[in-house]
Design a protein around this ligand. Structure first.
Ligand code: IMP
Length: 184
């Protein structure tokens, strides 16, 4: 393996599996929201940056209902592989979500602190409904309980990179989801 991929271990979920699951999620989300949304009141898909940008880009193309895309930048203080629970909003939404159906799109629910914070934020902004879609869930590390309405995969307690997820800002561009192993 070349130096550019130092730290990247084995493939956990390859691109074919990711693509198939994203299509299934797109179908389930479309069915769930079809009767609630309309062109004048679309589903507001909030991509939580940076980790969900690739997943969200694929997911919205698998939806066949009216949608509006928003981006919300967050940073959780702490080192690169653990969350401290203090969530800072680095880029806010560009439009109000008041009286809208909001679907938060996350890369991974790890401790759950980020998702719990964002769900509460959307509620306090008076969204009509707030749903959560996460590509991954790592229940072994849960600190706060979070209800994931649409989940891609449950994974073991492993640090993963690729398909938008990073280790110290690297490897987001890998098309497959890989396990990060510091000494490889
Ligand atoms: P939380 O611990 O659930 O608040 O997750 C905070 C954020 O940590 C996630 O949105 C990810 O961006 C990041 N994160 C958690 N686990 C991993 C991982 O295995 N790989 C890459 N990023 C992760």
């Amino acid at each position: 393996m070349g130096e550019a991929l130092n730290g990247v271990g084995y493939v956990l979920l390859d691109r074919t599996k990711l693509e198939k699951r994203v299509r299934e999620l797109g179908w389930a989300i479309s069915e769930h929201y079809r009767s609630r949304v309309s062109p004048s009141s679309p589903l507001v898909v909030v991509s939580v940056l940076k980790g969900s940008f690739i997943f969200a880009a694929d997911l919205v193309r698998a939806l066949d209902i009216p949608v509006r895309i928003e981006f919300l930048g967050v940073r959780s203080y702490g080192d690169s592989t653990t969350s401290s629970g203090v969530v800072q909003v680095t880029q806010d939404l560009s439009h109000s979500v008041e009286e809208q159906d909001v679907l938060l799109v996350e890369d991974i629910v790890d401790t759950g602190l980020t998702s719990a914070f964002l769900l509460e934020q959307m509620q306090s902004r008076r969204a009509r409904t707030v749903g959560l879609c996460s590509l991954l869930n790592k229940p072994a590390r849960a600190v706060v309980p979070v209800q994931i309405d649409f989940l891609g995969f449950t994974i073991e307690d492993l640090f993963v990179v690729g398909y938008g997820l990073d280790a110290a800002q690297r490897f987001r561009n890998l098309p497959d989801l890989c396990v990060f192993q510091e000494d490889t």
